[in-house]
Design a protein around this ligand. Structure first.
Ligand code: OAD
Length: 269
């Protein structure tokens, strides 16, 4: 324990005294599972989309662009479709352990890889802020589409699914730039930020609103960031930056808390 970084010990104390932890996660927590993040230069998704000949990388997740040219997203979704290839990381298991310890108020995740579910974080404690691939909707008439058929069309054929009612394009319910976040995001967040005693942010560049505003909305709480880079506003009083890879810092944190064996068991299950 002595050899642990000071910041990890401080975060450990904060977790010990917190009852309502709001965990805010991004692509960095899934990097060790083999899923690239979006913005890390070189390895991030946005630096590796040349084959789609996009005007700019984020276009692949923009609704207006999809209306005109749906194929780049469709091909990307064919590659990214959550399946059996990737398994949850130690960090995902730690979030599920926080739930078991009755300390998790909510996990707001920006990720669309479904690894929180696989790690058994209870559904009611999880908000997938940027949606998921499990359901799909027509972008014009907003009718829900048959999930199995959509998956078949994208994953097996690489073809954009069409709405059987109006003939327009169907898209998995991933939140694109220009779309609203799920209703549950807004209704839960409103209540959660009032109750939160610690916001724990992990593996995100905090560049995308409105999720990026969550730490400042929980104005009465302590704030900690576990990330490779310092992002957001974590140098103020009452804030803590724990630098490094999520899984490394989480393992250290679990040792500090005396949860290491439990975490290992949970992760190996
Ligand atoms: P980003 O790629 O923007 O940020 C990932 C952050 O995690 C960066 O600060 C990295 O340095 C850090 N990081 C990477 N690997 C790490 C590791 N092993 N341990 C610790 N930190 C690590 O990803 P997000 O912030 O999640 O939207 O991106 C937010 C949204 O932008 C995404 O949800 C996506 C995208 O447009 C949609 O897909 C709708």
């Amino acid at each position: 324990i002595k050899s642990l970084p000071h910041s990890v010990k401080q975060l450990g104390f904060w977790i010990q005294e917190s009852q309502n932890i709001l965990v805010l996660t991004g692509a960095g927590i899934s990097v060790s599972a083999g899923i690239p993040d979006f913005r890390t230069p070189g390895s991030g998704l946005y630096d590796n989309l040349q084959k789609f000949r996009l005007p700019y990388p984020e276009a692949v997740f923009e609704l207006d662009f999809f209306r005109k040219k749906p194929q780049p997203f469709c091909s990307l979704a064919q590659e990214m479709w959550p399946g059996l290839k990737h398994v949850p990381t130690v960090t995902h298991s730690f979030i599920a352990l926080l739930a078991e310890k009755k300390k998790l108020l909510r996990n707001y995740t920006q990720n669309i890889d479904g690894l929180e579910y696989l790690a058994n974080t209870p559904a009611e404690l999880l908000i997938e802020c940027h949606g998921h691939y499990r359901t799909s909707t027509c972008i014009s008439c907003r009718k829900p589409a048959d999930a199995e058929k959509v998956k078949q069309s994208i994953v097996e054929l690489g073809k954009v699914p069409l709405c059987h009612l109006c003939g327009s394009y169907v898209k998995p319910d991933i939140v694109f730039f220009g779309e609203n976040l799920p209703e549950r995001f807004h209704s839960s967040l409103h209540r959660d930020v009032k109750k939160t005693d610690l916001v724990l942010v992990m593996g995100t560049s905090l560049q995308v609103a409105p999720v990026s505003m969550i730490p400042s909305m929980a104005s009465g709480s302590k704030k900690a960031l576990i990330n490779r880079d310092l992002v957001g506003d974590f140098t103020r009083k009452g804030s803590l930056f724990v630098q490094g890879d999520c899984d490394d810092r989480i393992n250290e944190l679990a040792r500090f808390l005396g949860w290491h064996d439990e975490l290992k068991r949970k992760h190996e299950r």
